[in-house]
Design a protein around this ligand. Structure first.
Ligand code: NDP
Length: 609
């Protein structure tokens, strides 16, 4: 069914809402929640231990999905001494830190949970909650013996190459100084929790915490959903309405005496439709070896079709996953397929994308009216921007939470909270008294800034990574081969989204090919007796040139600001280099498979010595 939509009027409305946000006088910049080397862990006590001063074959900095996947593949490739270091008290990465009530993943668990086939785990639901994801990380850690040599509650402070021993020296805030022949870094794209630079934020005398440091000792309850009974007599404020707030507002609305949701830009919240899995169904679909790989492939193939490339978009891949993300990709695909071949070209593609987007956003706005009974609240909860300007959300209890009389929506009309006082916050000149402020203000997505992202610098044969990746006019910036290695930093591997498949809707799809690359490179070096695995500068330049020429940079100026568009600050060399492989995730994974395959072109662009 085609809905009659005035595209011109929508464009004007979107621009108007974006401009309001751009004009907001405060809160456009953020600062990290903590300094590197400072532990603030409300979840687990730090256990004293002696400093470590030994040597390991492979060290991975970061114990989230990328570290677990890479370490598992490296172990499978025959490397015995593998150490994961993480500042958290356990494996899990974001799923260690994010224990806010209602935390869950809105990518289907069948593709979001890594190594399902290897561990034999059946997800309990189509979309699974944080505790189950964290438990799955622990399961992987146990299965691959990764706990044996792990260093938790340990912040890396330095990583320096020692040419004599052809190895990296890792120093930490626990007094460790050990070496590793190979190092992997997987800090995650959103690992640095941030607070907006709102004046007075340090003055508040009540309780305040970031969603990734949820303090159940204060709120009561637990991350499994037990009621937060201590909030029953409290006036609780939550600042931010992104994907995190969408998940924790329902529980806060249920448990708080009064809840005030301070909204700057509403999220676009589509249907989730969660349900438990039937073990008989799971047994059936998982009986053939390689089933998980097929599901992951199906997910990235669906997204591959959303890349408007006539060579791939006409193919009809099955969508095994059928979650909010693949449905979104399919909607694009169907639009592209409807373009008559003789009209196919950029204007038709852009038109198809806009028409699809307008229909989806109209449906999402109509859903607000269907669910939210208070007309003023409903009007304020409607998002006015293109869906991919902000992280799409999927939830079946968020909008409903505003139907409680105790749940107040404080829409700031794009301006945000302007001040924090000793007793509350100020919005548009009005003061709101609060006992507790929950900051759902997100994470730094810092293009190019190595030390902020990692918390330390890397000193390699080529110098400091922060210098090598610094912008130099229109040059410089983060340069890698395949997003994995940088010339002049041998035996060092990055797990990241830029310059890879860049499938933001399912991070494991990005980490899996890279984990296979790392394992293959390390195994090859060991087998042939090479001590150094570096990158040929010309191969790196060619890879980056293709990204710069054909990749899609993130800083779309038409969008309302957010981390998806560099907070509305436009593109620079860093954001341009943050683009993914132009052919998309599926094509990237296939390319990497060919690159690893034995033959004259195996590991092309890598310099072994
Ligand atoms: P976001 O960066 O998405 O959201 C931050 C929120 O804080 C925004 O609503 C922002 O408003 C608001 N904000 C910032 N400053 C102010 C201010 N001065 N006054 C009022 N509001 C302010 O962070 P999240 O933690 O919500 O999500 C981060 C990412 O984590 C997601 O995009 C997603 O990738 C991931 N995530 C994934 C989940 C999953 O299902 N797998 C679940 C949860 C999170 P504005 O929009 O106007 O900038």
């Amino acid at each position: 069914m085609t809905i009659d939509i005035d595209a011109e009027a929508l464009r004007a409305k979107y621009a108007e809402e974006r401009d309001k946000r751009l004009a907001a006088p405060v809160g456009r910049n953020f600062k990290p929640l903590e300094k590197p080397g400072v532990f603030v862990d409300p979840h687990m006590p730090v256990i004293p231990r002696e400093p470590v001063t030994d040597h390991v074959e492979f060290c991975y900095i970061g114990g989230g999905f990328s570290g677990l996947l890479t370490a598992a593949r490296v172990k499978e490739a025959g490397v015995k001494s593998v150490r994961i270091v993480d500042k958290a008290g356990d494996f899990g990465g974001v799923w260690y830190w994010n224990r806010y009530p209602g935390a869950m993943c809105d990518t289907a668990a069948m593709v979001y949970l890594p190594l399902l086939e290897e561990t034999g785990h059946m997800p309990t639901h189509k979309y699974v909650y944080g505790p189950e994801i964290h438990e799955h990380c622990q399961r992987i850690g146990r299965k691959y013996g990764l706990y044996d040599d792990a260093l938790f509650h340990t912040d890396v402070l330095g990583l320096a190459w020692e040419e004599d021993g052809k190895r990296w020296r890792i120093t930490t805030n626990r007094g460790d100084s050990f070496t590793a022949s190979f190092v992997g870094i997987g800090s995650g794209p959103l690992n640095v929790a941030q607070l907006p630079d709102i004046p007075g934020i340090e003055k508040f005398k009540g309780k305040q915490f970031h969603t990734s440091r949820w303090d159940y000792a204060y709120t009561g309850g637990d991350r499994h959903g037990a009621p937060m009974t201590n909030l029953r007599d409290k006036r609780v404020g939550i600042v931010g309405t992104g994907a995190t707030a969408v998940q924790c507002v329902p529980a806060l609305s249920r448990d708080s005496g009064e809840l005030f949701v301070f909204q700057r830009t509403p999220s676009a919240v589509d249907v989730r439709g969660n349900h438990p899995f039937d073990p008989a169904w799971f047994k059936e679909i998982s009986k053939e070896p390689g089933w998980h790989e097929r599901w992951l492939q199906s997910f990235s193939d669906c997204w591959g079709q959303s890349v408007p490339d006539p060579r791939i978009m006409w193919e009809d891949y099955p969508d095994l996953v059928d979650d909010g993300w693949t449905r979104l990709a399919r909607r694009w695909r169907d639009r592209f397929r409807a373009i008559p071949p003789d009209q196919f070209g950029l204007p038709a593609i852009l038109g198809a994308m806009e028409a699809q987007d307008n229909e989806t956003m109209e449906r999402i706005r109509a859903r607000v009216d269907e669910i939210v009974t208070d007309k003023d609240k409903a009007a304020a909860l409607k998002p006015w921007y293109r869906q991919m300007c902000k992280r799409p959300c999927f939830h079946d209890e968020y909008l409903q939470a505003f139907n409680r009389e105790t749940a107040h929506l404080v829409d700031t009309d794009g301006q945000g909270v302007s001040e924090v006082t000793e007793t509350g916050v100020v919005v548009n000149g009005k003061h709101y008294e609060l006992d507790c402020i929950v900051w759902a203000s997100g994470f730094q997505f810092v293009p190019g800034d190595v030390t902020t992202r990692l918390g330390y610098d890397v000193e390699g044969p080529a110098g400091k990574l922060s210098d090598v990746w610094a912008a130099k006019g229109d040059g410089g910036g983060m340069r890698t081969l395949h997003g994995l290695q940088t010339a002049g930093f041998p035996n060092l591997f990055f797990q990241q989204l830029p310059q890879t498949g860049f499938l933001i809707s399912n991070l494991p799809n990005n980490f899996i090919p890279q984990a296979a690359n790392v394992a293959a490179l390390v195994a090859h070096a060991k087998e042939k007796g090479y001590a150094k695995v570096d990158v040929q500068p010309e191969a790196q330049e060619a890879w980056c040139a293709a990204i710069l020429e054909h990749g899609r940079p993130i800083g779309n100026p038409e969008c309302t600001p957010g981390y998806y568009n560099n907070e509305g600050k436009g593109d620079n060399i860093h954001t341009k280099l943050m683009a993914g492989y132009p052919g998309g995730a599926s094509a990237f994974a296939k390319l990497m498979e060919q690159w690893r395959a034995p033959g004259p072109q195996q590991f092309a662009g890598v310099a072994f010595a």
